[in-house]
Design a binder for this molecule. Structure first.
Ligand SMILES: [Zn+2]
Length: 167
């Protein structure tokens, strides 16, 4: 069972000293994943997991279950569930944005698919782990869309970030 922490986690040493794990979910997600991987490697399974280990397990799990607040631009009735990504291989680019999102309703999914013309877009749920499916340099664009879908401000305070992952 994963314990629910009482507050956000502040890194206490190294070059991330003073930085907050909850804010890194948006800015340095892959670093957190890597750090948890390392902690799991080091953890023997005998002794108790350290504080950071437990916190990251909780935080990364929470990143998979956040509820969106933005309404589906296709129907305007339900909140968005998916964002679609249209790859343009000729230009090594992709299209992403609020207009390319939809709820879980089949009609909305079909509408969005239809707008893609001859290209079949990939649909992804708003889970933070999906950030890893993009190149590091492309991630800020995806994070911007996440902030819009979750109705979060551009500059998030650490208490707000913690509350967002806590709910
Ligand atoms: Zn819809």
């Amino acid at each position: 069972m994963i314990e629910v922490p009482e507050r956000f986690y502040v890194f206490v040493s190294g070059k991330n000293k003073g930085k907050v794990a909850e804010l890194y979910m948006f800015d340095k997600y892959s670093f957190l994943v890597y750090m948890l991987y390392r902690l799991r490697e080091e953890w023997s399974g005998k002794r108790e997991k350290n504080f950071l280990h437990k916190h990251l397990e909780w935080l990364l799990r929470q990143g998979e279950t956040r509820q969106t607040k933005m309404l589906c631009p296709q129907c305007g009735l339900r909140t968005v569930k998916f964002f679609s990504v249209r790859y343009c291989y000729e230009r090594y680019d992709f299209s992403i944005g609020t207009e390319y999102t939809c709820c879980e309703n089949n009609e909305c999914i079909n509408t969005l698919q239809g707008k893609a013309m001859e290209k079949i877009p990939e649909f992804m749920p708003f889970k933070f782990s999906n950030l890893l499916r993009f190149e590091k340099s492309d991630r800020p664009r995806v994070v911007r869309l996440f902030r819009q879908a979750f109705c979060l401000p551009e500059r998030l305070r650490r208490e707000e970030a913690f509350k967002f992952f806590l709910d």
